[in-house]
Design a binder for this molecule. Structure first.
Ligand code: ATP
Ligand code: MG
Length: 662
């Protein structure tokens, strides 16, 4: 790399201090930073003991002597399912709703269910017994391939209860992807459903499992099938209905404790940068960090809040902040099966109104999509119950942040922009909503107990105002314990770039106050005439134009500058109409180029801007810039297997052929 650090181009002066009334009731406090700084091992030991119930207390907090292989609370024992369910019932909260389930259909196939902690307890016990009846025990791996229905949560907790690590595979993945994940993790059992509801129709899931098992020998002994849509399914002798298995199983199951370092789950990363990696997490440290962060970052108060995380359980966000964090805390939450625009574009806001949701945790892609649809849609619903908003998955552009706060949060709800990864298991960098003066677009600083830095090529900490590589410089409880079955790849991928530091793959900068700004993947950094530019800053400049809802920026080879900035933008609803009616496309492109030059400087002015209707995204909703780079450099488009909708690339390629460069 020609120059050690990323340019620091963006600037942000807006700041939103917390409301004293919010601070007065907040779980996260200023004192926590000092406590964690003073002695971070005892800080985490306190979190582990105060938030969880251990069947055997631990004497050792952290062992880092075999770095980068850590153990946390290693001689302690606990059961994750007991912590998420049983103990709340024992404490007298059996009647509290754990899950307000909202199925996608609104017609006569509509399905909404309120599942109390007592009901969840009953189901998890039966499911645990059913798994054991099928010969699944401690250390056996189970693949879960389900829609967003409560049975997914029950299945995960049943596995956890008997010490069988689960590998949840997102229901939108193909038979091919499922087959390779089942084989990689050597799963003995698959839990699936006949189908689920998505985009207004029943869509089948079971056929993909049949195909996956037929493809290459997997060693799968049984398939449990949840009846969701009632569609006809082909049946083989390994198949068993979930409902029958649970009915035949014993109603009571006593949870025993497992070692804190017993594997809880394997989960494959979302594949934004390439082939997904099978990340695995263990029990005690993971559960400690997700319970803690759900309390102090989302500010969940289980007695009064209705929390909703819109992620799919197939992603780490669903694991940590639908299943393990909120349930360990005894929270009440909404779980929604379908898409945000079925049967209308206000569906989410309707759900918030109906259930009086107080905390919403979602992704920038969803916020930008709602910006594109227009603010008249959320305006039709009563969103006044919302008191905390969260964001995860990508950088949130400052203007999307402002929109989120103003349109969804009534101009008052704090927004927590949370940076973390499948690998980190839980939130690492985020404001605390009762403590931090918020800066739109910045994840701000490491939460208490976590230590991160931004370093240059030589692993030296950059000063405030500088840019470089985001690293984590102390082990943390929910850290990945490895890549399943491949310890060398674990060391190589995360610990070899900067010895002793965990390198996350993301670029970041520190502003003049030390706030951290995520600048995108280092693989995506552009080098224009020797200046290293971040994708995020230029995208945010584009989104700050009132006609733009979403933008993706890539560097394409350029004869004079090395690389040139190429941008792809999606317009907001009303702007699309104007462009269509008045044919103002060419003028608008010029206006946007000038806008970027004005906002962050002429060096960042895009050589080319293309107006598109959709962007290539992973199935978890993240923009896949490497495909856009292929298009911008007129190459064959690379591997699209992790793409949600492969027709998007055809549309973009055709569009590109008809626009000229200037
Ligand atoms: P793969 O590692 O297979 O390419 P992935 O990195 O997209 O997939 P995840 O673990 O789901 O898989 O995503 C983690 C990444 O998401 C982070 O490394 C970062 O790039 C991005 N990210 C998550 N939260 C934020 C945030 N608040 N701000 C900026 N980026 C974020
Ligand atoms: Mg990653």
């Amino acid at each position: 790399m020609s120059s050690p650090t990323l340019e620091n181009l963006g600037h942000e002066d807006r700041s939103f201090p917390p409301d004293p009334a919010f601070t007065a009731q907040a779980n996260g406090t200023t004192a926590m930073y000092a406590a964690a700084d003073a002695d971070y091992e005892s800080f985490w030991a306190d979190q582990a003991r105060s938030r969880l119930t251990w069947s055997k207390d631990f004497t050792e907090v952290l062992d880092w002597s075999k770095a980068p292989f850590a153990t946390w609370f290693a001689d302690g024992e606990l059961n994750a399912a007991y912590n998420c369910v049983d103990r709340h019932v024992e404490a007298g909260h059996g009647d509290r709703v754990a899950i307000h389930f909202v199925g996608e259909p609104t017609d006569d196939t509509a399905d909404t269910r309120d599942i109390t902690y007592a009901e969840l307890h009953a189901q998890v016990q039966r499911a645990a017994n059913a798994l054991q009846d099928l010969g699944v025990g401690k250390g056996d791996t189970v693949a879960i391939y389900l829609p967003m229905i409560p049975e997914a949560v029950v299945a995960m907790l049943a596995c956890a209860r008997i010490g069988a690590p689960h590998s949840v595979v997102f229901g939108g993945f193909s038979a091919e992807a499922l087959n390779s994940r089942i084989r990689d993790a050597k799963c003995k059992l698959v839990i699936t459903a006949d189908g689920g509801y998505r985009r207004g129709a029943a869509s089948a899931l079971k056929p993909a499992v049949d195909e996956a098992l037929a493809k290459a020998p997997t060693g799968v002994e049984h398939v449990l099938v949840v009846k969701r849509t009632g569609a006809e399914v082909a049946w083989t002798d390994v198949d068993i209905w979930w409902e029958d298995a649970l009915a035949a199983a014993d109603a009571t199951h006593v949870a025993v404790g497992f070692e804190a370092e017993h594997p809880l789950f394997i989960l494959y990363t979302s594949g934004t940068t390439g082939k997904p990696k099978g990340i695995f997490h263990t029990t005690g440290g993971y559960l400690t960090q997700v319970a803690y962060t759900n309390a102090v970052v989302h500010d969940v108060h289980p007695e009064t809040d209705v929390y909703w995380c819109t992620a799919d359980v197939g992603w780490v966000t669903g694991h940590s902040y639908i299943v393990y964090g909120p349930l360990a805390n005894g929270a009440t939450q909404v779980m929604y099966e379908g898409t945000p625009d079925t049967p209308h574009q206000g569906r989410w806001w309707e759900i918030i109104q109906d259930h009086k949701v107080t905390i919403l945790y979602t992704a920038p892609t969803a916020i930008r999509t709602c910006m594109k649809w227009g603010e008249s849609i959320p305006a039709k619903f009563d969103l006044s119950s919302l008191r905390v908003l969260g964001s995860v998955g990508e950088s949130i552009n400052p203007e999307a942040w402002m929109w989120y706060r103003r349109v969804i949060g009534a101009g008052t709800a704090p927004i927590v922009d949370t940076w973390w990864q499948t690998e980190t298991g839980g939130i690492m960098i985020s404001p605390l909503p009762g403590v931090t003066a918020l800066k739109p677009g910045s994840a701000q600083r490491a939460i208490p107990g976590i230590s991160v830095d931004v370093v240059d090529d030589e692993a030296k900490s950059v000063p405030d105002g500088g840019g470089g590589y985001l690293v984590v410089d102390k082990p943390w409880p929910a850290m990945l314990r490895g890549i399943w079955g491949d310890p060398e790849r674990y060391q190589e991928t995360y610990w070899s770039r900067f010895p002793g530091l965990y390198f996350a793959g993301d670029g970041a900068k520190k502003d003049s106050e030390g706030n951290i700004w995520l600048l995108g993947r280092v693989d995506d950094v552009m080098n224009v005439s020797g200046h290293r530019l971040s994708t995020t800053e230029i995208e945010s400049a584009l989104v700050s134009h009132p006609k733009v809802a979403e933008a993706a920026v890539v560097g394409a080879a350029d004869a004079t500058t090395g690389q040139a900035v190429c941008a792809f933008v999606i317009l907001r609803g009303d702007a699309v109409q104007e462009v269509d009616e008045k044919g103002e496309g060419v003028d608008l492109v010029q206006e946007l180029r000038n806008h970027v030059a004005k906002e962050i400087g002429p060096i960042a002015k895009p050589r080319q801007i293309m107006i598109v209707k959709e962007l290539p995204k992973t199935r978890s909703g993240k923009i896949m810039r490497r495909l856009l780079r292929d298009v911008a450099e007129h190459r064959e488009v690379g591997d699209v297997t992790t793409l949600a909708d492969s027709t998007v690339m055809d549309l973009i390629k055709t569009g590109l052929d008809t626009t000229s460069e200037d």
